[in-house]
Design a protein around this ligand. Structure first.
Ligand code: HEM
Length: 509
């Protein structure tokens, strides 16, 4: 139904003669089943709610343009990156992670930064965050991790005990936890924050030549943040402030811009590099692999309808185009399954036909047929099997992805890279943060960790001590913990530390 249609109609297009009074038998009288307009209207209302995203439920989206500014054809054959000056339409959705669809924009939480590039070779989705790292590095742990960020099964309240229990059982989370509780933990809005692809991806030019790549989106307006107290105030005053800020600025023509760059890691250097580039809890040093500019991204158009476009948008890290492929990063590999899977549940088997998700610049032709809500031509009268000799779509064999050799035993493998989980958060604490930022970090951690039980406070403080003695000492002091006990705990192995905080009477409340 067109928005400008003058006559009110039923969902099947018949004019409605009265939209004020339900039909009844006499006055006041019982209602009549023959009031099909009432039934049509109410039945649709009863079905208005679809499942919210399991994570990143609260978000805001906008359309824009990505423009290539530097030649990268030596690294990738992706057509949308093939020429300086080339422009590709994008849809970008920002989000918070843990809260429900109506939760506040000011939560201390990573922000989602999901970009859909509508390229002529299909939609390319880069589903990143505003932080370069993540809390965990094995997707098997993701459901557990998210359960600790969501509500307690009994109280239906957020649970500091679950959060800090999980984090303190996973030292690999220290890097992201340190970022989360820093001033960057609460961005001031969606326009003035950076974005990261976080994982390492593959770029290739042909079946032989490839590099590893990490994406960076730097907001022209800088990375603006909110002090914790101001965020608390805003939560009450305007819980949707970042959604409003994005919409209003775009509406007023104040279009946000990001400079997009990549780090390129030559394929042969990956195995010997001092950090594991396939471990998403680690960054790759920009001193070793400096940022190479590739383009600009501008957001310049608000969606016309929030539900149709933003809520129904579906981003999947598995949506690649020729020239870009996944890396060995286990988290990324897990995500390759999870997103399209949840889209089939949240939006249905034919979610790619929803206009915001449609590969509008490449068309799309295959042998998938039918399914709920098939609103396309469904392949028309063409053959529905491959191969065929009746003119159906053919494969394009010249776009093969490099075939990498893999040697080793099949099974559940642990991360074996020698770099420690304490090193990078330590560098962040000592070398990147100013004293003012360190003080903010400690304050935020003491406030949040203070809500957990004592044994978890001790276990986590010991981990911070391992990151940096000053860091752990200040957290311990802020929480009123016995520093000697924290230091003792820091000297144990992770298994011993966990056991000690369970066994020792002194850690009980
Ligand atoms: C959303 C799973 C890790 C960024 C989602 C959704 C799921 C999910 C199920 C909801 C999607 C939807 O309903 O459309 C996972 C799993 C992960 C993982 C299983 C790890 C194994 C990550 C990481 C990042 C990330 C590491 C960032 C680097 C996002 C973003 C969204 C999202 C930005 C929102 C997309 C949108 O705006 O629609 N994730 N996630 N996730 N995830 Fe993840």
């Amino acid at each position: 139904m067109a928005d400008d249609q003058k006559t009110l109609t039923t969902s099947t297009g018949a004019p409605v003669e009265n939209d004020t009074h339900t039909q009844t038998a006499g006055w006041p009288g019982p209602s009549l089943l023959q009031d099909v307009h009432f039934i049509d209207k109410m039945a649709h209302f009863d079905r208005e709610v679809i499942p919210e995203r399991r994570v990143h439920a609260k978000g805001a989206g906008a359309y824009g343009v990505f423009e290539v500014t530097h030649d990268v054809t030596q690294y990738t054959r992706a057509k949308f990156l093939s020429e300086v000056g080339k422009k590709t339409e994008v849809f970008l959705r920002f989000s918070t992670v843990g809260g429900e669809r109506g939760s506040a924009d000011t939560e201390r939480d990573p922000r989602g930064f999901a970009v859909k590039f509508y390229t002529e070779e299909g939609n390319y989705d880069l589903v990143g965050n505003n932080t370069p790292v993540f809390f965990i590095r094995d997707p098997l742990k993701f459901p557990d991790f998210i359960h600790t960020q969501k509500r307690d099964p009994r109280t239906n309240l957020k649970s500091p005990n679950a959060m800090w229990d999980f984090w303190s059982l996973h030292p690999e989370s220290l890097h992201q936890v340190t970022i989360l509780f820093s001033d960057r933990g609460i961005p001031a809005n969606y326009r003035e924050m950076h974005g990261f692809g976080s994982h390492t991806y593959m770029w290739y030019t042909d079946a032989e030549h490839y590099v590893w790549v990490k994406y960076h989106f730097k907001a022209r307006g800088g990375f603006k943040t909110l002090p914790a107290a101001e965020a608390e105030r805003l939560k009450g005053a305007d819980a949707d402030h970042a959604t409003r800020d994005l919409f209003d600025n775009i509406e007023q023509g104040n279009f946000p811009v990001w400079d997009v760059s990549v780090q390129i890691i030559p394929s042969e250097e990956a195995r010997t590099y001092r950090y594991d580039i396939f471990d998403v809890t680690k960054t790759v040093s920009q001193k070793d692999y400096p940022l190479i500019p590739i383009g600009t991204l501008i957001l310049n158009r608000n969606p016309e309808n929030y539900f149709a476009e933003t809520e129904q948008s579906a981003f999947a890290p598995s949506n690649f185009v020729p020239g870009i492929a996944p890396s060995f990063d286990k988290m990324l590999q897990g995500r390759l399954f999870s997103y399209a899977d949840t889209h089939r549940h949240r939006l249905g088997a034919n979610h790619h036909l929803i206009p915001v998700n449609n590969p509008k610049n490449s068309g799309g032709a295959n042998y998938q047929r039918d399914g709920a809500m098939m609103t396309g031509s469904n392949g028309g009268r063409g053959p529905n099997y491959y191969p065929n000799t009746f003119g159906g779509p053919q494969v394009k064999s010249d776009i093969s992805i490099p075939q990498l050799s893999v040697i080793g035993a099949m099974g559940r493998q642990d991360y074996t890279h020698p770099n420690s989980d304490f090193e990078q958060p330590g560098i962040l604490y000592r070398e990147v943060m100013t004293e003012e930022k360190r003080a903010i970090l400690i304050d935020n951690i003491v406030g949040a960790l203070g809500g957990a039980i004592k044994r978890l406070q001790y276990r986590q403080a010991a981990l911070f001590y391992l990151v940096d003695e000053d860091y752990g000492t200040r957290v311990a002091k802020g929480l009123g913990l016995d520093l000697n006990r924290v230091i003792e705990l820091s000297r144990l192995s992770q298994e011993e530390r966990v056991q000690a905080t369970l066994d020792d009477e002194a850690f009980k409340e």
